[in-house]
Design a protein around this ligand. Sequence first.
Ligand code: MN
Length: 305
Amino acid sequence: MSDIYVIGDLHGNLNAYYENLKSLSLIDDKGKWIGKNCICIFLGDILADRHTNGIDILLKIREIKKNAEKNNCQIQLISGNHDYKALLYLFTKSEYTSYKGTFKGLIEFKKFASDDFQNCNDFDKLRNDSKNIIYNMKNSDKGKNLIEIIKTYKLVYRSGSILFIHTNPTYEILNIILDKGIDYINGIFNKGVASLIHEEKPINNSLMKEFFYISNIFLLGNRRRNLPNYEKEYIYNNIYDIGIDTIINGHNGFGGLVDRFDKLKVIDIDYSFGKKIGEFENERSILKIINGEIFIGAEKYKISK
Ligand SMILES: [Mn+2]
């Protein structure tokens, strides 16, 4: 089994990106990829979050991807609720946020806006320029690179017996994984994102209905707490029966082992939600799995099997 490195919620903070990757020895001081023979998973909440460098982070991830592949490493990118809201903001007319302060990062799409909006500091107003923003994204090198990496977002990733998702595992998320399977879910998500980006009116067809249905279960229907006891037995046992014994997520800010049910563990690696900026040693949202052993957080404390 390859070693696995996981980076939790970066909230659009480029410094947190550098510090987290450096502390896992995945990049050097210049940001160049130095990891070998591993899987590196970003757990989402990069775009449209509290800081305004999400686009830069995604472009960095696209850049390191090439060197990572040369070193026999895979980069996996999982969508958070904020990344998904960025897509809704740009490519649909639907409501995209109710908590304004936490979506500050949307303003960075100004990079692709027309001249009239270059001094705009209100992302609600900036949305009026979305036609130009999309046009300029599709017709600039930077924008094309951004679209390319956005199209690689997944909703869920599995490596061996470990499942990676953005939010805490709700009953609905685990049930749809049992029902549809991981490849199917990611397939719908990838096709849906591509359709949002590339088609003029992608909304009213069965693919898009299913895309929104599945995305909402993973990213908007979240209950920000652990599964209540009455929901655990059936769903955890069935998840364990398909070979999954560990679920790793970000999003909640619980930080650490949050649940253990028989042989199934749920681990949250978001240490910076709502309170910290994620730049400092004790705020890192990271986890590594070396030779099957799990080490979590800034102290890299080991979780017993
Ligand atoms: Mn989140």
